[in-house]
Write a protein that binds this ligand. Structure first.
Ligand SMILES: Nc1nc2c(ncn2[C@@H]2O[C@H](COP(=O)(O)OP(=O)(O)OP(=O)(O)O)[C@@H](O)[C@H]2O)c(=O)[nH]1
Ligand SMILES: [Mg+2]
Length: 351
């Protein structure tokens, strides 16, 4: 796969004349091997896309359409599907969705009126669809809030696992909970929805781990709002565990990206509940040499289990703090009445 870095997204057709001729020649010569072209720009304008497709005769993708496609393939629940459909709307109404083929032709004057009429109709249809989708989304969110309130009344502490895509969030949840349904995957955006998994810490406290969609830098604005909306519920959690892939060459930049997105979504007081952990330590040498990590950082491997006990202790302490809970230890003699004390029903001691 060859990456094409356009010279300027705002130029009318991105490439200069000479560059365009060279590229077209290259694509024609390698027609057998080139099945699609990816241009590393946020979103192509309709006339740019039409020109490239008509000249190169292959599907052309921009960053928006690629990420949208990944989101589409992974969205499983109703909320995720609606959010993806909302993100797709501006793209559909510009007629450029999915790298599809929109012929670029100069219109005869007599067609202009029909085109304008069709365009107005498209806008109405677009608005109607958007209203419908937003109403459905609101309804589902209210339902989800109800579930949240129910959960909060039950006082089960929650930990949201966030981090850059592929950093090992899902693998860590599997290691901490032993939940067999969890399936980590070596691909970007393997998890595209919020899922909840029960686990137990060493002090026997039951906690809920919330798996979330991975962060990615340079996400186009429309997709960023879809992404933030997906995360917002999860970030109501008592503790937010930020999982870093310390073995990744861009680990530092990924860390900065996640932290700045969190600062945008979270109220400042919630940032105090963020715990950072460096994962995939098994893939590097001495972790303390890693750039961007400081002495406070915890180093773990979700695959080998290294450092997981320390992490559990840290989570325990953070949860007690953020939930305002107190941990008390009692010495209970084996042969006394106390052993029969029923904590669920303290007034009936003899069960
Ligand atoms: N060597 C090593 N590999 C790991 C570790 N943790 C996760 N992986 C691998 O990294 C890949 C991605 O893991 P996931 O748990 O799916 O990552 P994720 O952060 O949930 O990814 P998204 O859901 O796509 O955001 C998988 O192939 C895991 O096996 C680790 O500690 N060490
Ligand atoms: Mg995942």
């Amino acid at each position: 796969m060859q990456m094409i870095y356009p010279v300027g997204e705002n130029r009318q057709f991105i490439f200069g004349k000479r560059q365009m001729t060279e590229l077209t020649g290259f694509i024609r010569v390698n027609r057998q091997k080139i099945t699609a072209v990816f241009l590393n720009v946020d979103i192509l304008k309709i006339n740019q896309l039409a020109l490239f497709k008509n000249t190169w005769r292959v599907p052309v993708f921009d960053r928006y359409s690629i990420v949208l496609q990944i989101f589409k393939e992974h969205a499983n629940t109703k909320i995720a599907k609606i959010q993806v459909a909302l993100a797709e709307l501006p793209y559909l109404s510009s007629g450029t969705a999915g790298g599809g083929h929109t012929p670029y032709k100069a219109q005869p004057a007599c067609m202009a009126k029909i085109a304008t009429y069709n365009h107005v109709q498209q806008i109405f249809e677009h608005d109607r669809r958007e209203r419908k989708l937003r109403a459905a989304l609101e309804k589902l969110k209210q339902h989800r809030n109800l579930l949240w309130n129910k959960r909060q009344r039950k006082d089960v502490p929650t930990i949201a696992i966030v981090g850059y895509t592929n950093s090992g969030k899902t693998t860590l949840i599997k290691a901490l909970t032993g939940d067999e349904r969890v399936e980590p995957c070596n691909q970007l955006f393997a998890t595209l929805d919020v899922t909840v998994h029960a686990g137990r810490l060493d002090n026997h406290m039951t906690v809920l781990f919330i798996d979330t969609i991975g962060f990615i830098s340079n996400l186009p604005m429309d997709l960023l709002s879809v992404f933030s909306a997906t995360l917002q519920d999860a970030l109501l959690a008592d503790v937010i565990l930020h999982v870093r892939d310390i073995s990744h060459p861009d680990s530092e930049a990924q860390y900065a990206n996640v932290m700045s997105t969190l600062r945008n979504i979270l109220p400042p007081e919630k940032m105090e509940n963020v715990v950072v952990v460096c994962n995939k330590t098994d893939l590097i040498g001495d972790p303390s040499n890693e750039k961007g990590s400081d002495n406070e950082d915890m180093f773990i491997s979700a695959v080998t289990g290294l450092g997981l006990d320390d992490l559990k202790n840290k989570l325990q302490t953070s949860l007690l703090q953020s939930c305002d809970l107190l941990e008390k230890k009692f010495r209970v003699p084996f042969d006394g009445e106390h052993l029969r004390y029923n904590f669920n029903n303290p007034f009936n001691t003899c069960t």
